[in-house]
Design a protein. Structure first.
Length: 406
């Protein structure tokens, strides 16, 4: 017996027959002996329409609190519709909205981009668990939260995905299924590149970067709550079948926790190459990475400036890499020289908060400055910040950065 959280996006409940098809797919899983919790978005473009109406009627005078309450009508309605449809198919169901005592998702008082109070939510989830164990299918409003004074809040546009993964996490569900209007995740935008193909599988890390870079399939913050043990997938509503394949979302990988700070075990050597107007020369990166790859040398990072490129390699590979790159430099007319630099410690800070926390880099670097630790290089991406400091400072720097995380 599996516990499944199935989230239906706006299009997948876009009209009466779609709602019926969706409810039937839930009932089918239930009949097989599985437990199902439904999370539902507002029907079609209801949220946009409600915003449009209030803009026209009220305009700038609309408060955030009023706006949240008006937008919430979308999910308040769809949850009732969905739940009643399940009952019409002969299975007990209950809609769960923020007015219900069993409502689990508690937030701060920010009406439009509310922050989730995970601890409280994790306790309150018991109510939903109890319903499920009684053989009832709960239908939970996506996107909504409940603030400190009992007021309705929202998790930000597209927030139903967050609801689904949050509930999946708290319930320790076996699977979270995102039912949407595409077959899954494509290798790129099929409207831009025709040969784009559907991916069978994508990792949480890749998916998160993709979502932040504009792919609309999933809210970028939803995967914060993706547990490695929970399977997850994105499927097309058109199949009317929750067992459809779509794209599986795997991970986060063992050891790569959602939030962590780690110090790489060996020193990392920096090899710097200098030359004239290197930014204008084609193929330098390819040349550098190619000659190391040929000898199976892993590159931990690369940084580049106008007149230099630096490769980061494990100290045990550094001599070999140094000789290979020397050959590359003498054979290339724009490159003039290279040097094997000092040994550094590599500290990796991984957190999904990097994408939306202003000042997070200074939070990390400030304690290092106070302790007189020099940062040799810093590389940052959507989900990781990698710092290189002198090898002797490694452990202290790791501990300081770790404090930021806690
Ligand atoms: N209905 C909300 C929106 O349109 C939330 C969601 O669909 O995820 O933004
Ligand atoms: Mg969406």
């Amino acid at each position: 017996m599996d516990l499944i959280v199935a989230k239906f996006g706006g299009t997948s409940v876009g009209d009466g027959s779609r709602i019926k098809k969706a409810a039937q797919s839930v009932v089918n899983e239930y009949m097989k002996g599985n437990q199902v919790v439904v999370v539902v978005s507002a029907v079609n473009k209801t949220t946009d329409e409600l915003i449009g109406l209030s803009d026209e009627a009220i305009g700038a005078g609309l408060t955030d609190k009023q706006k949240a309450e008006i937008m919430a009508m979308g999910e308040l309605t769809s949850a009732r519709l969905f739940s009643a449809t399940i009952e019409s198919l002969g299975v007990k169901s209950e809609f769960i909205d923020p007015y219900n005592d069993l409502w689990p998702i508690m937030t701060d008082s920010n009406s439009l981009e509310a922050k989730i109070d995970f601890k409280t939510t994790n306790i309150k989830i018991e109510g939903i668990k109890r319903l499920v164990n009684q053989g009832i299918i709960p239908v939970v409003c996506g996107f909504l939260g409940k603030g400190p004074s009992g007021e309705i809040t929202t998790l930000g546009r597209g927030g139903s995905d967050i609801t689904a993964f949050l509930i999946g996490h708290c319930l320790e569900a076996n699977e979270v299924i995102i039912v949407t209007d595409v077959d899954g995740v494509m290798s790129t935008d099929p409207n831009k590149i025709e040969s784009a193909r559907l991916l069978d599988e994508i990792s949480v890390e890749e998916m998160r970067d993709l979502a932040t870079h504009g792919a609309q399939v999933l809210h970028p913050h939803a995967l914060k709550y993706k547990d490695p043990l929970i399977s997850a997938k994105i499927i097309n509503f058109a199949h009317g079948d929750l067992t459809s394949k779509g794209t599986r979302i795997v991970g986060p990988y063992e050891g790569e926790m959602l939030k962590c700070v780690s110090l790489y075990k060996n020193p990392i050597s920096l090899i710097a190459i200098v030359g004239e107007a290197m930014v204008k020369k084609v193929g330098l990166f390819a040349g550098l990475t190619g000659c190391l790859a040929d000898e199976d040398i892993n590159i931990f990072g690369i940084s580049a400036g106008q007149n230099s490129m630096t490769a980061f390699v494990d100290k045990s590979d550094s001599n070999k890499a140094y000789h290979l790159l020397h050959q590359f430099v003498v054979e290339n007319d724009v490159l003039s020289s290279l040097s094997l630099g000092r040994d550094t410690a590599m500290i990796t800070f991984v957190s999904p908060d990097i994408i939306d926390t202003p000042g997070i880099i200074s939070d990390i670097t400030e304690p290092l400055r106070k302790n007189d630790i020099n940062i040799v290089e810093i590389i940052s991406s959507q989900t990781a910040i990698v710092l290189f400091v002198d090898w002797k400072d490694g452990e202290q720097a790791r501990d300081l950065v770790n404090e930021v995380l806690e």
